[in-house]
Design a protein around this ligand. Structure first.
Ligand code: FAD
Ligand code: SF4
Length: 492
């Protein structure tokens, strides 16, 4: 049965038909979209508690009724891991939330994570039929989070079924969303999967980048725990390319390798004063706070608690950094972004939350210089004011300098969050692996296979800085392709 036939068969199950008949589409469409309950901005901007509180059962049951269980559900095509969205939502509607959670796990290794950080408005929700009806999309992401949280809180966490072991060993480099998603699919197919992680914690950016107030580490750990129960092995503090080599992996008997080492190399602007004390990358700032507890007083290597903090950039990383600075006591926490809010790559929700928490937005401003004091500590930033011109290669309107429009502001800390590049270690350690001029690994777009036949790659190491769900989609795609290759080889 192909995927379309499978979805049709699922949709024609008697309980789904009954549910569709139980309410007219017009009545369903008249229900307003649910609002996510949130912590009060004044309270939350001084602590690390999760901002979004999740839906109540009553709210979820009502929101689930809005879904029309479309015959050709486009929402699924908007989801890179192809969650059977109508099936999980209709399971919530009939109040079988544990079954909804099971449906999510059929294709996603990290539903509680995605329900929190996935840009659903650009993915599945952007394809919901309601948008064509000029109504708000079904809150698919909120419902995904609800079903996963409900299962976790119920204590009866299901573990997906596994195929019989085929004895073949597979190595994964990196434990971010790409690596975890790949590992989940391969272990389900019967492979013996080991994930190598350079850091002491498993989860990649989910742990060291995205802060607790958006994605608590405990939530990530529960999903990692399920993978461990499925048989995935994790080896931490092991840098592939340094601690062990490509040849070592072959000697260990691995038949396939998936590289999911992410893009963790911070970019800087190379402007005067960027090497002053107090100017740091968002990677360093967030990793030290999220992973090394450098915000705690007892820390041996505490971060500086800036009072006038400028964060340069307009993406999720910039929002996370500025909201972290606010929580660490910044009285003036500023976003400095060279385009306008419309062009910001950050999720709309993050921008809204940052504003509510008192973050100041200096849009159409670009830093050109930092000025330090006699001790080499940053004290001021010089900003060039910008205006928008014609769209550039990215499709966004190009920022252009307004001649003579210069402003100088006092700062005591600057966090640079203008993007990341792939770490060059793996490409240099795997002889024969080809990389683009940006340092990303070159792959066959259909299979994600690299120029080395047993090596596949996906996530940020291939895309540059992208999103959790695109990385996870790559993990699934590479698992399917590697499985096909190994199955063919084993029958020859
Ligand atoms: P990563 O998550 O970077 O994981 C790579 C892992 O590989 C790391 O753990 C690294 O230590 C390990 N590694 C690297 N080299 C080696 C080696 N040689 N040997 C062993 N291990 C190695 N996306 C969203 O969708 N929504 C968001 O809200 C969002 N917010 C973000 C906030 C921040 C602060 C950041 C930095 C990113 C955010 N993103 C968000 C982007 C998203 O997190 C990434 O696109 C995604 O994590 C990429 O997944 P990955 O598995 O490719 O890499
Ligand atoms: Fe439900 Fe919207 Fe998907 Fe249709 S497109 S199945 S209404 S979520």
């Amino acid at each position: 049965m192909n995927n379309i036939e499978y979805l049709k068969a699922q949709r024609s199950e008697p309980w789904r038909e009954e549910l569709r008949k139980s309410m007219k589409n017009k009545e369903r469409a008249d229900i307003p979209r649910v609002k996510m309950p949130e912590l009060d901005p004044d309270f939350r901007s001084h602590n690390y508690e999760e901002v979004n509180l999740g839906l109540s059962l009553e709210q979820a049951l009502t929101e689930a009724k809005r879904c029309l269980d479309c015959p050709d559900p486009q929402c699924i095509t908007g989801c890179p891991v192809e969650i059977n969205i109508p099936k999980f939502i209709k399971n919530i509607e009939r109040n079988n939330v544990l079954e909804a959670a099971k449906t999510l796990k059929e294709t996603s290794a990290l539903p509680a994570v995605c329900g929190r950080v996935c840009p659903q408005e650009k993915q599945c929700e952007s394809r919901c039929i309601y948008l064509k009806m000029k109504k708000e999309a079904v809150a698919i992401g909120y419902l995904e989070r609800f079903a996963s949280d409900f299962e976790r809180e119920s204590g009866s966490i299901s573990v997906p079924e596994l195929a019989e072991s085929n004895g073949m060993k597979i190595a994964v480099v990196g434990s971010g969303p790409a690596g975890l998603s790949f590992a989940g699919d391969m272990v389900k197919l019967g492979y013996d999967v080991t994930v190598y992680e350079a850091l002491h914690e498993i989860g990649g950016v989910l742990k060291y980048g995205i802060p607790e107030f958006r994605l608590p580490n405990d939530i990530v750990d529960v999903e990692i725990d399920i993978l461990q129960k499925m048989g995935v092995k994790f080896i931490t503090n092991c840098i592939v390319g340094k601690t062990i080599s490509y040849d070592d992996l072959h000697e260990e008997g691995y038949k396939g390798i998936f590289i999911a080492s992410g893009a963790g190399l911070p970019n800087f602007m190379n402007i005067p004063g960027e090497n002053l004390s107090g100017v740091l990358s968002s990677n360093e700032y967030l990793t030290r706070v999220n992973l090394m507890a450098a915000n705690k007083e007892e820390s041996d290597t505490p971060v500086f608690f800036g009072k006038k903090v400028a964060v340069i950039g307009g993406g999720n990383t910039a929002m996370d950094s500025v909201r972290t600075a606010r929580r660490l006591g910044a009285e003036k926490a500023m976003i400095v972004y060279r385009r306008s809010e419309e062009e910001m790559p950050a999720r709309v929700e993050e921008v809204k939350h940052a504003k509510e928490e008192g973050v100041i937005f200096l849009n159409l401003h670009n830093p050109i210089k930092y000025i330090g004091d006699e001790k080499g500590r940053v004290r001021q930033m010089v900003l060039q004011k910008m205006e928008l011109g014609e769209p550039d290669a990215s499709g966004r309107r190009k920022p252009i300098e307004i001649p003579g429009a210069i402003e100088t502001l006092d700062v005591d800390m600057v966090v640079v969050a203008i993007g990341v590049s792939p770490n060059p270690l793996i490409p240099s350690a795997f002889e024969g692996l080809n990389v683009s001029k940006w340092g990303t690994i070159i792959v066959n777009q259909n299979t994600l296979q690299t120029d080395l036949p047993d090596v596949f790659a996906g996530g940020d190491i291939v895309r540059g800085g992208a999103t959790v769900i695109l990385a996870m989609g790559d993990g699934r795609k590479a698992a399917a392709a590697m499985h096909e290759q190994l199955s063919v080889n084993s029958h020859q």
